[in-house]
Design a protein around this ligand. Structure first.
Ligand code: ZN
Length: 260
């Protein structure tokens, strides 16, 4: 029954999003045809991503209790987004997702097991699983594996966002290096990687994250995240040291926006 309801709600969501799903996807064309997208780091694993077509995604919105989030970005009323992506249930990722969803009416994208337990209206439940895709405005959101845990809520995810010009952004979620990163590269060719580097007791440290990039990926830009938020996580100096020969590393300040 659960599965049947899951498929029914997925069908509804797909039907709803298909109409707004947008512009035909052009072939990847690094020499031209780029349509700029903006990425704002909100501290820890939280980002706001705005596509060229104006689609706004909020990823892992841990904000009001996030010591790294600038005060101005803790006002949840500012987030008028098209979808909220939550990689897994832990509070340093799911944080303010439900409050923002209730205030804004935006749907939450995550595992079916996690999202269906949030008590949101059915139209805001965009639950899926690894391999799944949701169309949101002019972007597509793909659910990919991460090597971590999520309880309650099934399993952890990473997200790959595909833009209308064919470029892609990969938010790794919380993870250690894992061999299937090679498949994420093969399938999606991430242009920008929002890379977990925090180390400590929970996730891959900067050196292992740098190894993951060398071994599996070929992005244009690497934006480190999930560091320096709390004692015990890697510092910015440690992150820079691990990537010292990699000019693709762009360390943002919380609240800073980069255009790609
Ligand atoms: Zn985390």
């Amino acid at each position: 029954m659960n599965h049947l309801m899951g498929w029914m709600s997925l069908g509804l969501v797909l039907a709803m999003t298909a109409t707004s799903a947008a512009q035909p996807q052009s072939k990847r064309d690094p020499a031209g045809g780029k349509k700029e997208f903006r990425v704002t780091w909100l501290g820890h694993a939280a980002f706001e991503v705005v596509s060229a077509g104006g689609t706004r995604l909020l990823i892992d919105p841990f904000l009001t209790k996030n010591p790294a989030t600038p005060e101005a970005f803790r006002d949840l009323a500012r987030y008028k987004v098209d979808a909220i992506l939550v990689s897994h249930s832990h509070s340093d990722h799911s944080g303010d997702a439900v409050d923002i969803a209730k205030a804004s009416g935006a749907p939450v994208i995550g595992t079916f097991d996690y999202v269906s337990g949030l008590g949101l209206p059915e139209k805001q439940v965009m639950g899926g699983n690894v391999g799944g895709t949701f169309a949101v405005g002019d972007v597509k959101v793909h659910l990919v594996p991460a090597m971590h845990s999520s309880d309650p809520g099934g399993r952890p995810l990473g997200f790959v966002v595909t833009f209308a010009d064919g470029r892609t952004l990969y938010h790794t979620g919380d993870t250690w290096i894992f061999g299937d990163m090679a498949l994420i590269q093969e399938v999606f060719h991430p242009s920008v990687i929002l890379l977990n580097v925090g180390g400590g007791p929970y996730t891959e440290d900067p050196k292992t994250a740098a190894l993951a990039i060398r071994k599996y990926f070929n992005p244009e830009t690497i934006v480190p995240m999930h560091f320096a938020t709390f004692p015990g996580l890697a510092t910015e100096a440690e992150v820079r040291a691990a990537f010292r020969e990699d000019r693709r590393l762009q360390v943002l300040k919380p609240g800073e926006t980069k255009t790609f």
